[in-house]
Ligand binder design. Structure first.
Ligand code: HXC
Ligand code: NAP
Length: 293
């Protein structure tokens, strides 16, 4: 399948320095792998240094690329400033920030403590804000010619979703920040875009969103018109495009990559997918006969 293949083949990200938050696992790791294959230097950051170091070592062996690991809780502005300082120290500049780190779990909202709600808002919204503000200030102060922020949101940033309300609230804020700063910071050469993934299997997301028997009970593929989940490479392809100079005129955009999942949930009559083909002759006849009444 072509969508499982790398889209760019050469060193399209050569010499770019990219910081990926939450880069030690899941989609962050997959994006990092591809950025390295395309010649970028990548800094991966999250709370657990041991995990980051193991991922970095694996990716160095696989790609021969240059990866720096920095432990950072994105909720702490000082820790984020330290990521920036270590990046500049090692690579001399930074071109791209990917706000990918997130926290989430399913729960009826009334069962959440105030702290539990805060934790998700703080990781997703405050964390993305902390990184964007620290890096943006740096780019503006140093008059860097161009820079890019890529935010990983989800489709329920605009539809909302029951049972993941803190996450939906926070991702909606990140999307609003993306669109707002796309305009405000364009004059500084800073582009802001977002990707809204549908279901992409990762341990971090699926253990928390479909724990235990829920995995068997809800076949997530059935929610997707294309009847499959996402491949990490196809998301990495989109991310590579959005952080590359090929997308230089794309600004303030959120690109959905979900096989049509959210639209299937939204369309008033989409439930008619369940009607078997051979029933349509009869249904059409019934509808047409109404005209004669
Ligand atoms: C109710 C819960 C809970 C649960 C935790 N809490 N789990 N409340 N139901 N299932 C409460 C705790 O009791 C505590 O509140 C508060 O939340 C914080 O919990 P801690 O364990 O102390 O926090 P921490 O160790 O910082 O862990 C953060 C975390 C954890 C978010 C809870 O899951 C985590 O580290 N996640 C990181 C990775 C992740 O979530 N990846 C998935 C992203 S997927 P009290 O009041 O008791 O102190 C994603 C996909 C979206 O975003 C779209 C899919 C299609
Ligand atoms: P994941 O592997 O759990 O990724 C989340 C990452 O965030 C982890 O590496 C985690 O590392 C890091 N993180 C969590 N809290 C942090 C904090 N306070 N400070 C710094 N880093 C922190 O899950 P994933 O599925 O790859 O998710 C990646 C992104 O895709 C998220 O933004 C998620 O919302 C989005 N997304 C995923 C899906 C999907 O189906 N997988 C769908 C839609 C959107 P540490 O634990 O080491 O800190």
């Amino acid at each position: 399948m072509i969508y499982k293949q790398p889209m760019f083949k050469n060193e399209e990200l050569k010499d770019k320095v990219i910081v990926v938050t939450g880069g030690g696992s899941g989609l962050g790791e997959s994006m990092t792998r591809y950025f390295l294959q395309l010649g970028a230097k990548v800094v991966i950051t999250s709370r657990k240094l041991e995990k980051l170091n193991a991922t970095a070592e694996k990716l160095r062996l696989e790609t021969g690329g240059d990866v720096l690991t920095v432990a950072c809780d994105v909720r702490e502005y000082k820790a984020v400033e330290n990521v920036l300082a270590e990046t500049l120290d090692k690579f001399g500049k930074v071109d791209v920030l990917v706000n990918n780190a997130a926290g989430n779990f399913i729960s009826p909202t009334e069962r959440l403590s105030a702290r539990a709600f805060d934790i998700i808002i703080d990781i997703v919204l405050k964390g993305s804000k902390n990184c964007t503000l620290a890096f943006g200030k740096h780019w503006i102060k140093t008059k860097q010619a161009s820079a890019t922020v890529l935010n990983i949101v989800t489709t329920y940033a605009w539809t909302g979703s029951a049972y993941v309300v803190p996450s939906a609230t926070a991702k909606a804020g990140v999307l609003a920040m993306t669109r707002s700063l796309a305009v405000e910071w364009a004059k500084y050469g800073i582009r802001m875009n977002a990707i809204a993934p549908g279901p992409f299997p990762t341990k971090g997301a699926w253990d928390r969103l479909l724990p235990g028997e829920l995995k068997e009970k809800f076949d997530i593929k059935k929610k997707v018109p294309l009847k499959r989940v996402g491949e990490h490479q196809e998301l990495a392809n989109l991310a590579a495009y959005l952080v590359s100079d090929y997308s230089a005129y794309v600004n303030g955009e959120v690109i959905t990559i979900d096989g049509g999942e959210w639209l299937q949930g939204a369309g008033e009559f989409n439930m008619l997918e369940a009607v078997p083909q051979d029933l349509w002759d009869m249904l059409e006849m019934m509808i047409r006969s109404k005209k004669k009444d």
